[in-house]
Design a protein around this ligand. Structure first.
Ligand SMILES: NC(=O)c1ccc[n+]([C@@H]2O[C@H](COP(=O)([O-])OP(=O)(O)OC[C@H]3O[C@@H](n4cnc5c(N)ncnc54)[C@H](OP(=O)(O)O)[C@@H]3O)[C@@H](O)[C@H]2O)c1
Length: 257
């Protein structure tokens, strides 16, 4: 059992949702952790001596260097890096535009890969754990989330290979939450996208992540039945039944039925 105490931690997307729930737990004084929390806005991050906040836009290349510069100014080394910030668009592929796809892939993919490679470069001979919030959609996308699913599939592909470049006990941990009831479903359009079934709270997901890390798991599936669902999908292609159900939700939402 690896206790998550006395650690120097960087967390992205800590202002809301899963990140905020992780922050609440990791910042408890009895854990003696030091945290640097990055997000686009940092208004919800509590003011505490051991918690620093930095407002950055992870879609920008310079933000990566800025975040790491701030981290190494605060800590000698990073023990735990939660690369959690991310976003989704809920719409049909027809509505995809270059600028939107560019932004989505910068935040969901490029920033995560670049943060990981910068950390590996900087701490080549030192221990660290890099934790990526991927998604259940890394395995199986659902209608309305094609570009998001592509971005999360990319993370899975990256992790399956990048892990071979690590020296024990350096770890790249992937987290695959199912739908989580957060601001994630609030879209730029002002509409709230339907929350797919099954869903969990951010606190349930955060507890599962921390439990998985304490147990040393490299792949964390916060929803208990999810691995079985994926197994059935991969073995028998049964995921399409679920995808058809989600297609109906999608059509109803956009008034196509
Ligand atoms: N909720 C789900 O159903 C679900 C399921 C599987 C995986 N995930 C993944 O879980 C992670 C956390 O999502 P969540 O559900 O906690 O959603 P959330 O409540 O929206 O939190 C995501 C955070 O990331 C921040 N962020 C977005 N773009 C950013 C940027 N360019 N620079 C810096 N920060 C940025 C958001 O800031 P703003 O709000 O200011 O944009 C927000 O604070 C994401 O990677 C998401 O893909 C979510």
């Amino acid at each position: 059992m690896q206790e998550l105490c006395h650690k120097s931690i960087v967390l992205t997307g800590g202002n809301s949702g899963i990140g905020a729930a992780l922050l609440k737990e990791l910042a408890k004084p009895e854990r003696y952790n030091k945290l640097l929390v990055a997000d686009k806005s940092v208004d919800q991050i509590p003011e505490m001596d051991h918690v620093k906040a930095i407002a950055i836009d992870l879609s920008q290349e310079r933000s990566i260097a800025l975040l790491l510069e701030q981290a190494y100014r605060s800590f000698e080394k990073i023990d735990l890096f939660f690369s959690n910030a991310g976003l989704a668009y809920y719409h049909g592929v027809k509505s995809d535009q270059w600028s939107g796809l560019d932004y989505l892939f910068r935040v969901n993919v490029l920033s995560q890969l670049s943060l990981f490679s910068s950390l590996l470069h900087r701490q080549a001979e030192e221990d660290f754990r890099f934790v990526v919030t991927a998604s259940g959609m890394s395995y199986m996308g659902i209608p309305g989330y094609a570009s998001y699913s592509a971005s999360k599939h990319a993370l899975l592909g990256f992790a399956s290979t990048a892990r071979f470049e690590l020296k024990e006990p350096q770890t790249l941990t992937m987290v695959y939450p199912v739908a989580t009831r957060t601001r994630f479903f609030e879209q730029d359009t002002g509409h709230r996208a339907p929350v797919p079934w099954p869903s969990q709270s951010a606190e349930q997901v955060s507890r599962a992540i921390l439990r998985g890390l304490e147990r040393g798991q490299k792949d964390i599936y916060p929803f208990p039945g999810f691995r079985l669902m994926i197994w059935f999908h991969q073995a028998f292609g049964l995921g399409w039944l679920y995808q058809v159900y989600c297609q109906r939700v999608f059509r109803r939402f956009f008034g196509k039925e």
